[in-house]
Structures are given as C-alpha cells and as structure tokens.
Design a protein around this ligand. Sequence first.
Ligand SMILES: Cc1cc2nc3c(=O)[nH]c(=O)nc-3n(C[C@H](O)[C@H](O)[C@H](O)COP(=O)(O)OP(=O)(O)OC[C@H]3O[C@@H](n4cnc5c(N)ncnc54)[C@H](O)[C@@H]3O)c2cc1C
Ligand SMILES: NC(=O)C1=CN([C@@H]2O[C@H](COP(=O)(O)OP(=O)(O)OC[C@H]3O[C@@H](n4cnc5c(N)ncnc54)[C@H](OP(=O)(O)O)[C@@H]3O)[C@@H](O)[C@H]2O)C=CC1
Ligand SMILES: CC(C)=CCC[C@@H](C)[C@H]1CC[C@H]2C3=C(CC[C@]12C)[C@@]1(C)CC[C@H](O)C[C@@H]1CC3
Length: 533
Amino acid sequence: MMPNSLKHRLIRWLEDNRELVVVLFCLPASFIFSVMLRVRGYLRRLGSDPQRHDSAVREIQARVQQWNKLPSQNRKLLCTSRPNWLSLSTKFFEKHLNHQVPIPLYDILELDEQNMTVRVEPMVTIGDITEYLIPKGYSLAVTIELVDATLGGLALGTGMSTHSHKAGLYHETITSYEVVIADGSLVTATADNEHSDLFKTLPWSHGSLGFLVALTLKIVKIKPYIKIKYIPVKGQKAYCDMIRQLSGTNEARPKEFPDYIEGTIFSKDEAVVMIGEYSDYDAKVPVNHCSRWYKPWFYKHVESLFRKGEKEELIPLRDYLLRHNRAIFWVVEDMLSFGNDTLFRYFFGWLLPPKPAFLKFTTTPGIRAYTFTKQVFQDIVLPIKELEKQIEIASQLFEKFPLLVYPCKIIDHGPSSGQLKRPDAKYLVPGTNYAMYNDLGVYGVPGRVKEKKSYNPVSAMRKMEEFTRDVGGYSFLYADIFMTREEFEVMFDLSLYEVVRKKYGAEGAFPHLYDKVKPEINVFEIGEEYAIK
Ligand SMILES: Cc1cc2nc3c(=O)[nH]c(=O)nc-3n(C[C@H](O)[C@H](O)[C@H](O)COP(=O)(O)OP(=O)(O)OC[C@H]3O[C@@H](n4cnc5c(N)ncnc54)[C@H](O)[C@@H]3O)c2cc1C
Ligand SMILES: NC(=O)C1=CN([C@@H]2O[C@H](COP(=O)(O)OP(=O)(O)OC[C@H]3O[C@@H](n4cnc5c(N)ncnc54)[C@H](OP(=O)(O)O)[C@@H]3O)[C@@H](O)[C@H]2O)C=CC1
Ligand SMILES: CC(C)=CCC[C@@H](C)[C@H]1CC[C@H]2C3=C(CC[C@]12C)[C@@]1(C)CC[C@H](O)C[C@@H]1CC3
C-alpha cells in the first residue's frame, strides 16, 4: 500500500504536469488502444459474412423470446451489450442494471446502385462505410465526421453534417429500419407501410423501442475532391446573413446551393464561412491533404485565413470528411495546448487524436465529474433565424470560441410525426415544407473556468436549454442534459412515441427515452459541489 502522503504528492505531480502525462501516457496508450481496435475490426471483417445476417437476427430474436419467458420480477429492461466506453456519448448509461443483448452485426449487406441505397447492419461505422463507398464513387447523403460513430447509433440517436442544409438530419436519409421488437418478432418499418408509426419514432429513440438489426440508407454520387472556398467575414450580422443566404433560408433563394456549408465562429464579430462543391482535379487550384498528421489542425488553418484572406482549395473527399478528426473539432486543444505546434505535429502528430473510446475507457468518477462540470460538449439544433441570439447567449454563458455552425433543414412532417416538434410556422422557408435550422456546437473548457471566474455548469446549461425550448430547438442527446422530465417533454413531442411504445410492447421491456438519455450521475448535486463561486 502506498502511504497517503506519497499518494497525494503523486496526484499533485500528475495534476501539475498533466500535459506531460497526456503526451507520455495518454496519447501512446490511446494509439495502442486504437491499433488494437483496428486489428479487432480487421479480424472481424475477415470472418464477416453477410449471408449470416438472417441467422444472427434469429439469434437476437431467440434471446428476446427467452427474456420474455423469465419471471416478470427477474426481467430487467433490455439494452444492447455494446460497452459504454465504445459509445460516442459523454454519458455512461448504467447497462449493468439492464438485461443486455449482444448485437454482433457489423456487415455491409447490399449496395443498390439502381435505387441509390445501401443496406447495412447497425454496428457498421462511419469509418467502414466511407472506406467501402468512396472508392465506388458514392458516399452517404449525411456523412458524420467521426470515424467511430455507428450507422445504427446515429439512426436511433441523430446525425448531421455540412451537407444537412440539403439532406436534412441523418434520419431523413433512412428508407427502412429492420427491428426486433419486445415480443421477439422482426418488423420492417418504412415511411408508408403498416409500421410507419414505428418508422417515425425510431429516430431520437435511443434504443427505447426495439433492437435495430439492419437499415437502408440513401447514398449520393461523389467526385474525388471538394473545392472549398474560405470566406473570412467581419461583423456578426454580415456572417449570419451570409450563412442564411447560402443555405437558402431567405425568400430570395439561389437556384443552386453549395454541396457543403460550414461556419466557424472565432469571436462574436469574426467568422469564416466555408462553401464546398464536389469537384474533379483542377490543376489551377492547390490541393490540401488537410487530414495528414503534419498538417495544421483544420480549424487553425481556417483561422489563419483572417491573415491570408479569401482562398480556394481542393481537398480530397475523405480528407474533407475527416477534417475535424485529429483535433476532435477543437476538443484536443484543451488537453494539449502545444498539439498544433509544427514540431509536435511532425514528430507526434500521428498519435492524434486520442480515441474517444480510450478517453471513456479510462474515465474515473472524478474525471467524469470534471468533464461535465469544467468542460462543455453540446450540439444544439436551433432555428437559424435566431443565429445572432444563439451566439450572444452561448458566448455569455460559456465564453468559449470557436463555435461551430452547420445549417440543417428540418422538414415539417405534420402533426405528431415523431419526437421532433414541428418547426414553428415563422421559421418555415417560404414556399417549402421545411425550416432552416443549424447545429450550434460548443466544445471545450469554458473561458470562465479557465479564468477561474464564477461558473455554475448546471445553471449555465439550464439557461441554454431554456432558450432552446423557447425557440423550438432540440439538444443532441449524446450530450449531458440538465432538463427535468417535464422540461424534456416540452422540448420533444412524445405523443406518438408513447403510443408506439404501448403498441409495440416496449413499455416494461425497454427503458423510456428520458431514462435512457438522462445523465447517470446527479448533475444537480455534483454541479453544485464543483461550481466555481
Ligand atoms: C490522466 C489524464 C486523463 C485525462 N482524461 C481526459 C478525459 O477523459 N477527457 C477529457 O476531456 N480530458 C481528459 N484529460 C485532459 C484534461 O481534461 C485537460 O487537461 C483539461 O481540459 C485541462 O483544462 P484546464 O487547463 O482548464 O484545467 P484546469 O482548470 O487547470 O484544471 C482544473 C484542475 O483539474 C485537474 N484536472 C484536469 N483534468 C483532469 C483529469 N482528466 N483528471 C484529473 N484531474 C484533472 C487539473 O490538473 C487541475 O488541477 C486528461 C488529462 C489527464 C492528465
Ligand atoms: N455529427 C453528428 O451528428 C454526431 C452525432 N453523434 C451522436 O453519437 C451517437 C452515435 O454514436 P454511437 O457510438 O454510434 O452510438 P451509441 O452506442 O451511442 O448508440 C446511441 C443510442 O442508440 C442505441 N442503439 C445503438 N445501436 C442499437 C441497436 N442496434 N439496437 C437498439 N438500440 C441501439 C443505443 O442504445 P444502447 O445503450 O442500448 O446500446 C444508444 O442509446 C448518436 O447519439 C449521435 O447523435 C456523435 C458524433 C457526431
Ligand atoms: C458536429 C457535430 C454535429 C457533432 C460533433 C460531436 C462531437 C464533438 C462529440 C461527439 C461525442 C463527444 C465525446 C467527447 C467530446 C465531444 C464529442 C467527440 C469526449 C471525447 C469528451 C471527453 C470525454 O471524456 C469522452 C467524450 C466521448 C464523447
């Protein structure tokens, strides 16, 4: 046993030298961890066999049927056995309190070039599908930027990308879900079959309605490059108006929209707006392999354009899609302040990013409390007409820049059409059935924490959530939420969801959505304890 004084000295040393610990321990360990996961993925692919899909699904059905035979007092609620640390959520849903069913479904089942769809098993990752589709000249209509996200997790959570002003949220690109429901039967839900109610409520359901065993997604034709134009803009109104105009929010809409739109807001008054188009090689435009290990972090490169001025570049498509991977947007900056220094990049840049799964795997209760009290990881879907207000409130509450803005179409599917409330009529784009929203991404250590100014994470986040509810927005549910159940039910429309839960026997079989996504820790208690007074 180590004496207490020595233990405290060691902890103190680790805290005072934490960047050294990140470089000498976290990054190499995370790298080895990633290699091990890659080898596991490779071995899994070697033994993969799409023909086995039906028998694997029968096995899942059999397990659910066995669960049904258990005496009711022994029946814990169902969830998948995917370990928590693999999931791209900041929370640790308490799987050990549930009955876990393995979903060993990792195969791409069928590419249908006629109908421009791909049928996949739910555990296929964004990394797998881009490796498969891009060489064939396709990509998903909404390709999320994190290689580890699974296509099933995104379907039952949500997803968005810089193409979402055209394609909408990820679930708008799903044409069918194959689901094992609570009695063990297999149903296929599409927009217009007898399970259309299930189809409408599976997005944002987080595994609270059944086990997803396959899904079919729309794909789009691509070109090898994205021709990207960076436009540095000064003045809040100027950059907000530009993003709205480019994404087609205003009545006077351009005929053609850019394929990709992104805004990175560096201060209240400065942003770089990026527009990208699919492109073939063009000798007149410089090529930037921006995802290579020695290249500046993407958002730093973008920031440098304030000095250099407007610019056009060709980025190979995969490099573009993974442009934010090495710095996890700007999350890594707060762990490693010198991570973007030239020398570090050339010698150690290949060690980045620390794998989110590794960060979760090594999270102790103390780190978990630290992560949600002294850091903020939030993506919030808000009406783009309120962009100025969003920036004002987020910067007041968190003092954290950059902020990420992705425009996103929210389609009005009519009354009671799923968990997403209908967009308010005042936000609808005239002459269309959709409103233009945007993701506002806030990531990292709030300025107030860095400067040791008073900061209460719970009241800050609750103010942000209140604003979100007031304007009819939605919080991404991978992130910590601070809402009570009543407030949650104001943000989301659970009317059809509750009907579907009853109809498909999910009540008493799967946890309720709110219970699935609320933080596993008492945020109010811990938030108070850690608040900077
Ligand atoms: C061993 C280790 C593991 C880490 N794991 C994660 C992780 O899982 N997720 C993540 O987002 N970042 C992780 N980090 C990075 C850490 O969160 C960053 O260093 C932090 O963002 C620093 O912010 P700051 O400079 O504002 O901290 P400060 O405000 O200066 O930090 C406040 C206090 O908390 C301590 N502290 C900070 N981070 C940790 C931590 N993770 N464990 C224990 N004490 C800490 C600091 O040393 C300091 O005493 C880890 C760092 C270390 C050394
Ligand atoms: N750009 C973007 O849009 C991004 C979005 N995200 C978010 O990350 C999450 C996706 O991460 P990922 O790690 O892939 O997914 P997760 O493992 O976090 O799964 C998300 C939810 O879906 C459930 N689920 C997953 N697979 C199945 C299945 N086959 N059957 C039933 N339920 C299932 C999980 O339930 P269970 O707990 O039972 O496993 C969990 O509640 C989403 O919430 C998404 O919103 C993350 C990064 C970027
Ligand atoms: C661009 C959009 C729409 C979303 C990007 C979301 C990401 C920034 C987050 C998704 C999962 C998040 C996690 C973390 C940081 C932010 C995300 C990558 C952590 C790595 C933060 C540190 C914790 O210890 C583990 C988290 C895992 C999930």
